[in-house]
Ligand binder design. Structure first.
Ligand code: ZN
Length: 113
């Protein structure tokens, strides 16, 4: 389960950010997870509960902000949802687009002491 290594990295990074801020406990962490990041939110929540044990994040809440996968069509000057599995084909003009605008995010956006 690779969510466990991701959760461990989130816990370590959040702990570092909190300590740099002078806090020794974290009550909540917010992460942005793109639709194409390859992370199952339920599995991430479960892994987080395991990873936070014995750290400054013991008892902390994990907030997952899901980011939809959107591609850009230059012809239409519009974004479209690529869905899952991703289909890089503009539904408006029926042409392919490879320009992914969002959906691969996997980042911490907030740490609450
Ligand atoms: Zn188009």
């Amino acid at each position: 389960m690779h969510e466990l290594s991701i959760a461990t990295a989130i816990v370590e990074q959040a702990e570092r950010l909190a300590r740099a801020d002078g806090a020794d406990r974290v009550s909540a962490v917010t992460v942005r997870v793109g639709e194409l990041a390859g992370v199952v939110p339920d599995a991430l929540h479960f892994a987080f509960e395991v990873a936070r044990d014995g750290t400054a994040l013991a008892g902390a809440r994990l907030e997952v902000e899901a980011v939809p996968a959107l591609a850009w069509c230059g012809g239409c000057a519009e974004e479209f949802a690529v869905g899952m599995p991703p289909f890089f084909w503009c539904p408006h003009c029926d042409r392919p687009s490879q320009e992914l605008r969002s959906g691969r995010e996997l980042e911490i956006t907030g740490v609450e002491a």
